[in-house]
Design a protein around this ligand. Structure first.
Ligand code: C2E
Ligand code: MG
Ligand code: MG
Length: 689
């Protein structure tokens, strides 16, 4: 954000009170300094060389002021105040104000301050010096003014004067910042008080040493003061640099999550204050960008190339966004953009489209042109949230929505958010039910049901599909589809899948011990495949229970997989290497690209039950199922039909060459022990009948 531009202009709705305050400070400062300044023509020629050396050093020191890049620009360190405070102690208010004004003019030019701002600064210093002078007068004539060795009382007087100086200067700055940028007075006060009281205190309290002893009469000693001044300057600089670094992403130099949070909170406060003042509706937007193929690049080309890609992307983002927008990297390949002033969602969408367009240009890395693309979710203040956490969550929902719809930009819509309060509480219960540490009987028990899969030609039971069941103590049986929708948008999904994989592998080992050799299919969500964690977990679990990888299969829904096939490619390839097959579930409901179907390491497609259920009565459904079977056959994939409820459908499937069937016609999903009994009873239908 262009801080200089922002500091030199005042939002219209607060301009009146701000400028009234500025005017009042300047007026009082003129009144305070009029008499001392009027004496200057007589006083100046009588002042000793020490004064002129200090005056010169004051102006010289402020020629390179240090203005930290943090929020409170008043935190700038101006070493001149040490000399002007010393001048005040030794030679009075008039000369001190004069030298301070000269130093402010020089530093203002260096910092590109507007004229009104420089005048206001001079006025604040004049008031601070005036308050210090009043305090000194209250103590009576001090040794500093008389040029004799100071007593304890003189030192106390100087410290009290420094205190008065700080209270007035810091107080006027705090009120000015509050009137300028809005926000809470106490928060503004707290923001810099620790830092500034130390740095300003150190500078002011060096002054009595400078003018306090007979040594001060030696002009040659004064420049030695530059050494401690430099130390204070370095200290301020280091502490503020550290603070600044804590808000940066070390790889890209962009703002990090902490800095973004501060910016969003500041914007929210400003907008709320504006709305309260009756300003016309204004919004700001949080855009969340997630790169599509980053994981793939990282895995295939290494982390160094991945880092280069992130740096390139951040450079493009910075070039694309507006001057007042904030770009942040939240970690991994996730970026956020805060765009502060908008009249509606259209503005945010336009920015998002511009970002998509700049990312469409391939990035040359290691001599390879790489395509980067991303999905962007947008949440607007105040309609989609009034605080950082809500806006982030909603932008995240919109981003996932974008991925699922294979759209690049999606503005948050409550309809596609599955996180209603009721669902969030369900999620909380699920988390407790999954936590092995907490015995939570009130959260119900999670179990797996198993549904047999029958090879149509032979009638043999070739496998089972593991299906989640959760009986909630209050809500009863929870619909798994509902549950997955909610869990998928949160980190609970990983816990859930981990639990399912653990249970199913353990069950396979039990069946194996009982002499039953089955293959079990486990449903996973797209989120589970975004990292390689699941591969490690499966490998570890299979080894521990001595179960062959060929006995486990994963199912991923077509819609989810096709939303971002490249992102999961690395995980699918690792699974294939491990020997765990992957099936494309609910086939026919998504939009598979033939290219992806051919390239992804899949072994099976499961025709969605909506087509299978209708194929006996609906010619279109029948045609779809037949086409899917032909297509899968051409690609060398096995076809499983799910939702086979009756014999007629079973016969139709057999006639069109479907390999495997699963459905109520054979058996409903059932607990593991019931399945063992069922297998004992099961007699295949006569295939030729
Ligand atoms: P899915 O993977 O397509 O599972 C098949 C669904 O069809 C199951 O619903 C099953 O009970 C149902 N079904 C089986 N035969 C018939 C039939 O003949 N007629 C009809 N009308 N339905 C039949 P369920 O168990 O309610 O699961 C719904 C969805 O929830 C699953 O669809 C799957 O996408 C998801 N799901 C279930 N368990 C898990 C899990 O452990 N992890 C994940 N990620 N998703 C799961
Ligand atoms: Mg399934
Ligand atoms: Mg299915």
């Amino acid at each position: 954000m262009d801080a200089a531009a922002r500091r030199n202009t005042v939002p219209a709705e607060r301009a009146a009170s701000f400028y009234t305050f500025v005017g009042a400070v300047i007026t009082v400062a003129v009144l305070v300094s009029a008499v001392p300044i009027s004496h200057l023509p007589q006083d100046l020629p009588t002042l000793p060389a020490a004064f002129w050396v200090m005056a010169a050093l004051a102006v010289l020191c402020d020629y390179r002021p240090f203005a930290p890049p943090g929020r409170r620009q008043s935190s700038a360190v101006f070493p001149s105040i040490c000399f002007t405070f010393a001048i005040l102690l030794a030679w009075g208010l008039g000369p001190a104000i004069l030298v301070q004004a000269a130093a402010v003019v020089v530093s203002s030019m260096r910092l590109h301050h507007a004229v009104w701002r420089s005048v206001f600064n001079v006025a604040q210093y004049a008031l601070a010096l005036g308050a210090a002078e009043a305090m000194l007068l209250a103590f009576g004539e001090t040794a500093f003014a008389e040029g004799v060795a100071p007593s304890w009382i003189d030192v106390v007087a100087a410290a009290a004067a420094a205190g008065a100086w700080f209270v007035v200067k810091y107080g006027t700055v705090t009120v000015a910042v509050r009137l300028h940028s809005g926000g809470n007075l106490w928060d503004t006060f707290r923001l810099g008080v620790a830092f500034e009281s130390v740095s300003i205190g150190a500078l002011l309290l060096l002054a009595p040493i400078l003018v306090g002893g007979p040594a001060s009469l030696s002009v040659a000693l004064i420049p030695l003061m530059l050494v401690p001044l430099f130390a204070v300057y370095r200290m301020s600089r280091l502490s503020s640099e550290q603070e600044h670094l804590a808000r940066l992403d070390p790889l890209t130099g962009l703002a990090n999550r902490k800095a973004l949070l501060a910016e969003v909170q500041e914007q929210a406060t400003m907008h709320a204050a504006r709305a309260a003042a009756g300003a016309p509706d204004q919004h700001f937007a949080l855009l969340l960008l997630d790169l599509d193929r980053f994981k793939h690049v990282n895995d295939a080309l290494g982390h160094a190339v991945g880092d280069q890609l992130l740096i390139e992307v951040s450079g493009r983002l910075v070039q694309t966004v507006g001057r007042t927008d904030v770009v942040a990297r939240l970690g991994g390949d996730e970026f956020a953009i805060l765009t502060p002033r908008l009249t509606d969602a259209g503005g945010a969408r336009t920015l998002a489209d511009r970002i998509v367009a700049t990312l469409a240009e391939p990035v040359a890395l290691d001599g390879l042109p790489l395509d980067v693309a991303g999905s962007i979710g947008i949440a607007l203040y105040p309609e989609h949230g009034e605080d950082f956490a809500t806006l982030m969550r909603h932008a995240d929902v919109a981003m996932y929505d974008a991925k699922h719809r294979r759209d690049t930009v999606v503005v948050y819509a409550p309809e596609s958010d599955h996180n209603t309060p009721e669902r969030l509480s369900l999620l909380g219960d699920l988390r407790r039910a999954l936590d092995p540490e907490v015995a939570a009987p009130d959260a119900g028990e999670i179990t797996m049901y198993y549904q047999p899969q029958i090879e149509i030609q032979t009638g043999a039971v070739v496998g089972v599909e593991a299906l989640l069941r959760w009986r909630h103590p209050k809500r009863g049986m929870v619909d798994p589809e509902e549950l997955i929708k909610v869990a998928e948008q949160s980190a609970v999904m990983r816990l859930l899948t981990r639990r399912v994989v653990d249970d199913v592998v353990e069950q396979l080992a039990k069946w194996q011990a009982a002499g039953v050799c089955l293959r079990a299919a486990v449903n996973v969500s797209i989120r589970d495949l975004h990292t390689l964690e699941i591969v490690d977990q499966i490998r570890e679990r299979l080894t521990r229970f001595a179960v062959s990888p060929a006995q486990l299969q994963l199912e991923i829904t077509e819609g989810a997989l096709m939303a971002d096939p490249r992102r999961v490619l690395a995980t699918l390839s690792e699974l294939a290497k491990l020997g765990v097959a992957v099936a494309l579930d609910d086939f026919g409901t998504g939009y598979s690209s033939m290219q992806h179907l051919r390239r992804l390491p899949l072994t099976e497609v499961k025709v969605d039950r909506s087509f299978v259920l209708g194929m006996a009565t609906d010619a279109d459904d029948h045609a779809i199922v037949r086409t899917v079977i032909d297509l899968a056959g051409a690609l060398g994939l096995r076809v499983v039909a799910e939702g086979v409820e009756d014999e007629r459908t079973w016969r139709l499937l057999r006639s069109v060459g479907c390999h495997v069937a699963q459905g109520w016609f054979y058996a409903r999903p059932m607990p593991a022990d019931e399945l063992a009994e069922w297998l004992g009873r099961y007699r295949p239908l006569n295939p030729s009948s």
